[in-house]
Structure formats: structure tokens, C-alpha cells
Design a protein around this ligand. Structure first.
Ligand code: NI
Length: 209
């Protein structure tokens, strides 16, 4: 069966060609799509799978992504997109998958060099996983204490790391679009520190005591 495009007159086909080529070329050169997402980010977020591939230090090209020293913040416009909701959903699905069974995950671990972490809130009823964009740790209180850690990106290993048990975080609430401060204590504070390190290319294995 002929495709519908072959039924168009030659002039119409020529018009389609003239219009479509420059758009595709522009996108390729700009390296970005609507609302500020890069084509690479959109490719990862819009993949057909509900879970995302977890980058590990064992793969040199993935290790390069994990070791990038900074992540980009999201604009409010990006936080309003379907892509952001899909990314948050897929990061949650990934960290809670039986094959991973983690307590936290950060953007670079799924190939997204953006300021986003998912953390299991052991300090809240029901211990829910929650997602935090544009997060920063704004204060540390008390002394550091050692505790065991592992990481989905450093398979098969664990080590003792000194962390604070009492911190203050700041993040962008994607519903209210307001910067929000929160005090976090206990093991959940340790997870936030581990995940925020990922946003600066730092792995727990760099800090093993
Ligand atoms: Ni980790």
C-alpha cells in the first residue's frame, strides 16, 4: 500500500521538504528542544521504559557523567513541563525497583546533569520517596558521625562515611514555585548529603574513612 505522502502532488511534497529540513537542522544545531530540555535529556526521559538505566563507575562514559562537577538548575518553566513530571516519576520507579532497592538517587545517576534528587523520607510517616529540584544544603548542625553507605552507581561495595545528622535544605517547590527551606534530621539527612554530593560529581567512595 502506498503511504499517504506519495499521494500528495509534487509541489506539496516539495513544500513539506522545504519546511521540515530547516526545523530539524535548527534543533540539531541548537542541541535543545522546547522549554530548555536538551535533545539528549528528552531522549532519556521519553524512553519507552518506566525505569531508567542507572549509570555506574564501571562504564567509562557513564563515569564521566557521574564525575561532572556541576548540574544545571531547572527553570520554573521546565518544572511545569510534562517532561519534568515524567523524569520525577521515572527516577522514583528506578530507585524503588527490586533490582535497585535504593534509598535515594540523583539526576547524574540516570544521565541527567540537572539539580534533582529523590530521597526516601524515613523521618515521615509511611517513609515516602520524594523528589527535590534545585536543592542545596544550606546549613549543617552538630558534629559528623560515621555510618555505613553504599551507592547504586558503585555496585557491590559499602563503606563508612562521616555525615551530619541535622541539616537544613533549600529547594524549589514545583507546585508553589517557591524556594522552600526545611530542617532534616537523622538518617534521612545522611541520604540528602549523599545525593547532593552526586550533584557535584562526588561519590561516597571519595569520603570513606
Ligand atoms: Ni549514590
Amino acid at each position: 500500500m502506498k503511504s499517504s505522502i506519495t499521494l500528495l502532488p509534487a509541489v506539496a511534497r516539495a513544500r513539506i521538504t522545504v519546511v521540515s529540513v530547516p526545523v530539524a537542522t535548527l534543533l540539531a544545531f541548537a542541541g535543545c528542544t522546547a522549554h530548555g530540555w536538551t535533545a539528549e535529556e528528552s531522549g532519556i526521559i521519553n524512553s519507552s521504559s518506566d525505569t531508567l538505566h542507572v549509570y555506574t563507575v564501571e562504564n567509562p562514559s557513564e563515569n564521566e557523567v557521574l564525575r561532572r562537577e556541576s548540574c544545571l538548575d531547572f527553570s520554573d518553566e521546565m518544572l511545569s513541563t510534562e517532561e519534568y513530571a515524567r523524569l520525577a516519576f521515572k527516577m522514583l520507579a528506578t530507585v524503588t525497583a527490586h533490582s535497585q532497592d535504593g534509598v535515594g538517587i540523583a539526576g547524574p545517576q540516570v544521565g541527567i546533569s540537572r539539580n534533582i534528587v529523590c530521597v526516601q523520607r524515613f523521618d515521615k510517616p509511611g517513609e515516602p520517596f520524594e523528589t527535590y529540584p534545585n536543592i542545596r544544603i544550606t546549613n549543617f548542625y552538630g558534629e559528623q558521625e560515621p555510618g555505613p553507605e553504599g551507592c547504586l552507581s558503585v555496585p557491590g561495595k559499602r563503606g563508612e562515611v562521616a555525615r551530619y545528622r541535622d541539616i537544613e535544605i533549600s529547594y524549589r517547590n514545583p507546585v508553589t514555585m517557591r524556594d522552600t527551606m526545611e530542617r532534616v534530621i537523622g538518617f534521612t539527612a545522611v541520604i540528602f548529603q549523599h545525593e547532593c554530593d552526586h550533584l557535584h560529581g562526588v561519590l561516597y567512595s571519595d569520603k570513606v574513612i
